[in-house]
Design a protein around this ligand. Structure first.
Ligand code: GLV
Ligand code: MG
Length: 323
């Protein structure tokens, strides 16, 4: 699901690096890290009194920095504050051509996405920017957002991702834990399973990416890997990273292993061959001891797509069976 489509959506987002918009040193440092995406934050990583200056610091960093190879996102404040419209206007007017998406936090219903979409269109028209190029990332961070996630995910063609915000979400539902991403003590199963699956279904229904939020114990890379591994196993495309130490781990966890990548490419070749005229136009075939068919091809496409987006190369080639 991570290869860019014709509209440039579905870019790789294995690691999505949070960078406080008020800190020029962090903005500089982020440019050298191998994260697939950066998001420059005007919301919770930016103190209320620093937000106005941070808008301009972000515009400068986007226009003058070297963000080659990274998806460039700015997280604005949510619509219940008085900051949102100015965040969007200042950042998009100032740096629109150097910006890929706006991330909207604490989304509660489809109208909040529609409002952002309309505002973006007006700015693009006024400034002569390409209409509709700037995407939207929607964060689900409370019960209302989760209950409305289907309509939120379908609210605008600009949407690229649905993002789980565990810290705000845990607070909003009174979860009995202070350790973001870890299981609340005393609960015998995975307390996040329903939430993650709910978001994933809505995202997939609308061909969007699903992204897991932050893991705050930044020195515990093993803990990060474990929590990221759970989201990756379900089908998530990536996870937020808050520290350089988490970047490599996220890139690894959300890429297929070399073995799985090779296997997926072989399935695709074998399926192409067996359905071709020279392969006998068959609907299924054997690849070694494994029977493959159209459903195997779909599964292989997902893994191969993730591997290609991660820049992996094959280490084996398909040999058609002897006639
Ligand atoms: C992220 O915004 C979170 O609340 O976890
Ligand atoms: Mg949040």
């Amino acid at each position: 699901m991570t290869a860019p489509d014709a509209a440039g959506r579905l870019r790789p987002r294995r690691s999505c690096l949070a960078v406080p918009g008020s800190n020029p040193r962090f903005l500089e440092k982020a440019q050298g890290l191998p994260a697939d995406q950066v998001f420059l934050d005007l919301e919770d990583a930016c103190a209320p009194l620093a937000k106005e200056d941070a808008r301009h610091t972000i515009v400068k960093a986007l226009n003058e920095g070297d963000w080659t190879g990274k998806t460039r996102v700015v997280r604005v404040n949510d619509w219940t504050t008085h900051w949102t419209y100015r965040d969007v206007i200042t950042v998009v007017e100032g740096a629109g051509p150097n910006l890929d998406c706006i991330m909207l936090p604490k989304v509660q219903d489809a109208q909040q996405i529609v409002a952002l979409d309309l505002l973006l269109t007006q700015i693009e028209k006024t400034m002569g920017f390409e209409i509709g190029r700037i995407g939207i990332e929607a964060q689900i961070e409370n019960a209302k957002g989760l209950v409305n996630v289907d309509e939120i995910a379908g609210a605008s063609p600009r949407l690229e991702t649905i993002v789980f915000g565990p810290a705000d979400f845990m607070a909003s539902i009174n979860m009995k834990s202070l350790v973001v991403g870890e299981q609340p003590p005393g609960y015998p199963a995975d307390a996040y399973h329903y939430i993650l699956m709910r978001i994933l279904m809505a995202a997939r229904m609308h061909d969007l990416q699903a992204i897991d939020g932050p893991y705050l114990q930044i020195r515990n890379v093993d803990g990060f890997r474990e929590v990221a591994g759970r989201a990756a196993a379900l089908g998530y495309d990536g996870k937020w990273v808050l520290h350089p130490g988490q970047v490599e781990a996220a890139n690894e966890v959300f890429s297929p292993s070399q073995e799985d990548y090779d296997h997926a490419e072989l399935i695709l070749d074998a399926y192409d061959y067996c359905t071709s005229v020279e392969g006998g136009m068959k609907g299924s075939a054997m690849l070694g001891d494994e029977m493959i068919d159209e459903a195997s091809r779909k599964m292989a496409l997902v893994v191969a797509g993730k591997g290609r987006a991660a820049g992996m190369s094959r280490t084996s080639t398909f040999q058609p069976p002897e006639a």
